[in-house]
Design a protein. Structure first.
Length: 216
């Protein structure tokens, strides 16, 4: 039975969120291919995971028998999140850009699941698992644009998912999402619409590809 881990981190709900809208297309397409499959869903805006603590961090380097009760309790929460990642045949993450980077809730999730000696290190436990990130943003930070140097979402997540976790990363980037709402960006609405339509199409295609891979 194929398992999809779906993480949302947008503070906006429903169609008000570009990342959620595109991620939902991916998820629906995936479920059409795997009607009997399993979806593990976490909405980090509605139900944030705990930020990493000293107990949760140090427990990862301590022998189980040597952990304090506080370390054991904190570490058990990390293990639950790690197991969800390890169980997944594919991972889908909505990662809108806030103040040039990812949301603090998504960072907290990452801090919990990155565990050296297990998910990170020489033999990462989720190695080669495909992860698709819907990296929406209000403007454009693409190569050649004036704000190219302020792109810290894709650069950061590539370092985390590829270099640390050894996963198979792909980005879908709906951009210029503020164009319909900001009069100063009105002339960019056609580019926004093109980016939106392309993102939806890529989400459908990627979901079908990964669903087929999971069935192989």
């Amino acid at each position: 039975m194929a398992t999809l881990l779906h993480i949302d981190s947008s503070v906006f709900s429903g169609e008000a969120s570009a990342s959620r809208s595109v991620a939902n297309v991916f998820r629906q397409t995936w479920q059409e291919q795997h009607p009997d499959g399993n979806v593990i869903y976490r909405d980090l805006a509605a139900s944030p995971v705990p930020h990493i603590t000293a107990d949760a961090h140090t427990a990862g380097f301590a022998e189980p028998a040597a952990r304090t009760p506080e370390q054991s309790a904190a570490f058990s929460q990390r293990v639950r999140l790690i197991e969800e990642l390890e169980q997944a045949d594919a991972v889908l993450i909505g990662a809108p850009m806030y103040n040039y980077t990812i949301s603090s809730t998504l960072k907290a999730w990452l801090d919990n699941v990155i565990l050296f000696g297990r998910t990170a290190g020489e033999t990462p436990s989720a190695k080669d698992t495909p992860v698709t990130v819907i990296a929406s943003r209000g403007g454009s930070y693409a190569p050649g644009t004036p704000r190219e140097g302020s792109e810290y979402v894709q650069n950061y997540l590539e370092a985390v998912f590829c270099e640390m976790l050894g996963m198979d990363l792909d980005f879908i980037v709906p951009e210029l999402t503020m164009a319909p709402h900001n009069p100063a960006m009105a002339e960019l609405i056609p580019l926004y619409e093109a980016s939106r339509d392309q993102s939806v199409e890529r989400a459908e295609t990627r979901a079908k590809e990964l669903a087929l891979r999971a069935s192989a």
